[in-house]
Structure formats: structure tokens, C-alpha cells
Design a protein around this ligand. Structure first.
Ligand code: FES
Ligand SMILES: [Fe+2]
Length: 453
């Protein structure tokens, strides 16, 4: 494919050995994971000002669908209005401040349960009951037009709904910058969460989650079963302002000395982790047969099972209707790992993605967070509604049974927080493989720097 495709800049990005490490602060102080004052500053200088993902467009499929987003002690309301547009409001009634909505639902109007003021889907105040009591409204408070719900900036990208609590925020496009160009060809707006879509409380700071998914160094310790499927030493990295992306060559098929049969077998095993690959396996087997030569069944010089998988995926996904013309061959088979700052992590290749996110726990404890994990898959438009899975919120004290690697991470992250809470431990010492963490924490520091300094 042409080198002009956006993804080519990641396929050819610098290797670890080519990065200049003098640029990265590899010592990270630990107070940021536990200290109350750090947590408050983070709330005021980061979370109150940054774009953050709060849901998916398919969660608000119909007019009048709404959902609540909680951030520390703040509550916001996202809804699809009468024109099909997604809007954000402060979740507070303009009468005496009652929380209008909890959880998710659908309403033609938002009616406050306290005294039953009602608001239309554009946030305008449209009903005040008991007009015999209401005579004072215009006289003492002001006109009804001024008593609409308080709007909050909300924009959508790639099917994700983003909210910014700061009414002065720059546009989402400005915030995302080049990362949007890189993500757009995957057409995530045509994917839906399916198979897994869960939110659950964890006893760790939200950054422990974001750290864990930005490095592969812990695979040897925590996910030994994945050691042969990853080749972390050949990861490539791009740092794009606050955001970053890495890519790793596709699994065992790249390790030296592996036989052709072992490579093909590794590809056949992919659907266990990436279910979307299953559809392309028949085409892969066909291409494998077509390309085998002679009695030994070798592939021609330069042809590898990985290349045949890329061809099979392009063919299969295109036939189903996914436009993959914006993706490089590498992007068909190899994962790219995106961090959209501060808390949206995506592992993605053509046709599917895994989403990991974490937010501070609304209870205000820096030692707790809520993570959100989902699998996304592309489906033709006619199938999306039937395939989509809305998020499940696991009640406090209960636990969802994830697949093995996520269970391992779930336990590990909480164990790390236990260690981090020790006040005598003042800083982390990052290895080179954890360079993305260094970048991430440097950006956090930048957001929270004293404006005077
Ligand atoms: S607080 Fe909402 S109607 Fe009174
Ligand atoms: Fe992990």
C-alpha cells in the first residue's frame, strides 16, 4: 500500500533503540497515586479542563436516550436531542438544583422529580406545574429562557462521545490533533461494543490502570502465557503532544527460527484473543494452499503467513463492506496501541479493537477508580443494533469474571496500589520499555504545573 497512508508513520516509527532517552523523565514521584492534595489538584487542573470519553454514540441510539456521567462529585447528563444531536448538560435542575437523572434512560422530556419542572431535549425549561404558585417566577427570578439546563461542551469522534467540563475548552479536533488522523481510517464509528462491555471499581488509582496498558514489560511476570505471542523488543513509538501510539510486530509469526507450520498455527489461534480474525481464516487457509510450492509445501521467497493473513483480512473485511482502503497492510494484522490522553487506551487492528479506560472513583478516594473494558468489532450497518452490548456496571462488592489476561491485570493493579501507598517509597524507577509511562506522566505534570511558575 502507498506510504502516504497515515498508519505508515506508525509502521515506520522509531524503535526503542532509536529513542533519545534524555528527553524522558524516568523517575516518577509516587505521591500522584495516593496523596489527597495531588488528587485535588488533578481534579481542578486536569479533569475539569480536559476532553474525556464519556460513552458511545450507540448508547444514545434514539432521540431522548440519556445517560449520566459522574466525575468526582460532579454529574453530567448526555442526551440525544430532538434533532438527533448529542448534547451535554450539568445534571442539575434549574429550580433548586436537584439531580435530574441517574443511570441511563429515555424520556421525551426531562422531568425533575422534586417539584416537576420539565425541560425539553434541547435543555429549555418548558413546564412549571401549578401556575397558581408560579406567578412569581418571571417577576423575581427572570424569564424562563434563562432557566434552561446549563450546557457543557460535548463532541463525538470515532463513535465515542467526549465531554469537557470547561466551557472555554478548545475544540475536540484541536485537542486530538494528529491522533484523530491516525485513528480515522479504522472507522470505529462503524464498530460496536460486543462480547465484553463492563465497568467495575478497583482499589487502585486510575493512573495505575493507564500505566499498566502502556507497557508490555509485565507480560513475563503477569501473563507468562503471552510471552511467545509478543515481541516487545521490536515495538515502535510515536509521541504526539499529550497522546502517543506504539505498535508491535504481529506475534509469534515474527520470531526467528519459527517454522511455517508454527506461524500458520499461531494465526489459527488468534480468534481466542481477537474474535474478529475468525472470519478471515477461511480466506487465509485458501491463500496458504494456493501459495504452497513443491512437495515440502514451502511458500515463495518473501511470502509469509503474516502477509497472507493481511491479504485475507483485506479481502474478507472489504467483501463484508468495511472500507479498509485507508489502512496499511501492517494495520490489517498488527495492533497499534493508542493512548488518547488522559484515559482512553485502544488496542486496534482492522475490524476490531479493545478499549480500556479508567476514571477516578466518584467517592473521591485517590486509591480507587472505575475501569471500563470493552471489545469492539466492526459489523455491517444492518447488524450493528443486534450486536451491540451496552455497558454493565458491576455493583460494589461484586466482581465480573474477565478472560484470563484481564483477570491477571485486575489483581495485579490492586496489588501495585498496596505497595504505592507506602510513604517511604518516593518514586518509581522506569525501565526503557516503559517510556510511554514517562511521556504520560510528563504530560500530566505539564497540565498541573503551577500557572505562576
Ligand atoms: S428542584 Fe427541580 S423542580 Fe424543584
Ligand atoms: Fe497486562
Amino acid at each position: 500500500m502507498g506510504t502516504q497512508l497515515p498508519g505508515a508513520s506508525v509502521d515506520t516509527a522509531p524503535l526503542l533503540s532509536e529513542l533519545d532517552f534524555t528527553e524522558f523523565p524516568m523517575r516518577v514521584d509516587t505521591a500522584r497515586y495516593c496523596a489527597e492534595d495531588y488528587h485535588r489538584r488533578e481534579r481542578d487542573r486536569l479533569w475539569s479542563r480536559c476532553w474525556q470519553v464519556v460513552g458511545r454514540e450507540e448508547e444514545l441510539a434514539k432521540r431522548g436516550d440519556w445517560l449520566e456521567y459522574r466525575l468526582f462529585d460532579q454529574s453530567f447528563l448526555l442526551l440525544r436531542d430532538g434533532n438527533g444531536l448529542i448534547r451535554g448538560f450539568v445534571n442539575a435542575c434549574r429550580h433548586r438544583g436537584n439531580a435530574l437523572c441517574e443511570g441511563r434512560g429515555n424520556s421525551a422530556r426531562l422531568v425533575c422529580p422534586y417539584h416537576r419542572w420539565s425541560f425539553d431535549l434541547e435543555g429549555q425549561l418548558v413546564g412549571v406545574p401549578r401556575p397558581d404558585f408560579d406567578g412569581s417566577l418571571e417577576e423575581f427570578v427572570g424569564c424562563r429562557e434563562e432557566l434552561g439546563l446549563i450546557a457543557v461542551p460535548v463532541e463525538c469522534f470515532a463513535g465515542f462521545i467526549f465531554l469537557n467540563p470547561d466551557s472555554e475548552a478548545p475544540s475536540l479536533a484541536d485537542y486530538l490533533g494528529e491522533i484523530a488522523t491516525l485513528l480515522a481510517p479504522y472507522r470505529m464509528q462503524e464498530m460496536v461494543a460486543c462480547g465484553l462491555n463492563v465497568r467495575e471499581s478497583l482499589d487502585c488509582n486510575w493512573k495505575v490502570v493507564m500505566d499498566a496498558f502502556q507497557e508490555g514489560y509485565h507480560i513475563q511476570g503477569i501473563h507468562p502465557e503471552l510471552v511467545n505471542a509478543m515481541d516487545e523488543s521490536r515495538e515502535r513509538y510515536r509521541f504526539l503532544g499529550d497522546h502517543s501510539v506504539a505498535t508491535a510486530p504481529f506475534g509469534a509469526a515474527n520470531t526467528p527460527d519459527i517454522t511455517l507450520e508454527q506461524q500458520a498455527e499461531a494465526i489459527r489461534g488468534l480468534p481466542a484473543t481477537f474474535p474478529g480474525v475468525a472470519d478471515s481464516l477461511p480466506a487465509f487457509e485458501r491463500l496458504l494452499q494456493e501459495n504452497r510450492q513443491g512437495q515440502a509445501g514451502h511458500l515463495p521467497e518473501g511470502v509469509t503467513p503474516r502477509l497472507l493473513l493481511q491479504q485475507a483480512m483485506r479481502e474478507t473485511l472489504s467483501a463484508r463492506g468495511l472500507d479498509v482502503s485507508g489502512l496499511t497492510d501492517t494495520q490489517m494484522s498488527d495492533n497499534q496501541f493508542y493512548l488518547v490522553f488522559p484515559n482512553l487506551f485502544l488496542t486496534i487492528h482492522a475490524g476490531e479493537a479493545t478499549f480500556i479506560s479508567a476514571v477516578p472513583h466518584p467517592d473521591g478516594d485517590p486509591n480507587r477508580c472505575i475501569w471500563h473494558v470493552s471489545n469492539f468489532q466492526w459489523f455491517p450497518e444492518t447488524e450493528r443494533e443486534a450486536q451491540k452490548l451496552l455497558p454493565t456496571d458491576v455493583p460494589e462488592g461484586e466482581h465480573f469474571n474477565y478472560f484470563l489476561a484481564l483477570e491477571q491485570d485486575f489483581d495485579q493493579m490492586q496489588r501495585q496500589q498496596k505497595g504505592l501507598r507506602n510513604r517511604a517509597l518516593t518514586h518509581l524507577a522506569l525501565s526503557r520499555q516503559e517510556v510511554r509511562l514517562a511521556h504520560f506522566h510528563r504530560q500530566l505534570d505539564r497540565w498541573q504545573a503551577d500557572p505562576e511558575s
